[in-house]
Design a protein around this ligand. Sequence first.
Ligand SMILES: [Zn+2]
Length: 211
Amino acid sequence: MSTELDEAPRLCELAKTLGERGWLPATSGNLSVIVTADPLTFAVTRSGADKSRLTPADLLTVDADARVLRKASHDFRPSAEACVHAQIYTKLQSGAVLHVHTLANNLCSDLFAQAGAMIVTGHELLKALDHWEKEATIAIPIVPNHHDLQELAAAVGDAASASVPGVLVRNHGIYAWGDSLESAFRHLEAFEFLFAYEVMRRTLTPQSLSW
Ligand SMILES: [Zn+2]
């Protein structure tokens, strides 16, 4: 089992990478990694932190109810969305959860909101989401952006499944997870590629598509 200390530097490094890509605008987004599975405890970014300058002191260890166990050196609060992470850990025994707000994931979450899911088929990058079958098809669930975070956590928890490691929240962002920080990051990159692809495809004119 990893410890907060082991994973904290890698989490900070990842935050910087995600920040540089513009996936954590205006201090949004939150990232976490498991500390102990039983009882569940995980280290999560503090509320309002600039993720591009994240240090291990910006991480707080919380329990399954998102209550702080071990405080950072300042009077920081964990991300208000830590309760959503807790739902995902509890349901899927994942090792890390990454939540980012991007233009492409927001646009796709709105485009396909009525259907309740974005269907993706026949993409090579589905292999990065552990779908190796020929002509693989996945449905990425989309839930409403509940103002009440406990309601949001319940909705994401209900929609989350082991077959697709991510849930979109309409006009908000994506929660992606994996067994480790590395696999959660791989999944997140694959999702964001698929969202950017869909947005770009829709912006191409019929003329440009005949290149
Ligand atoms: Zn958010």
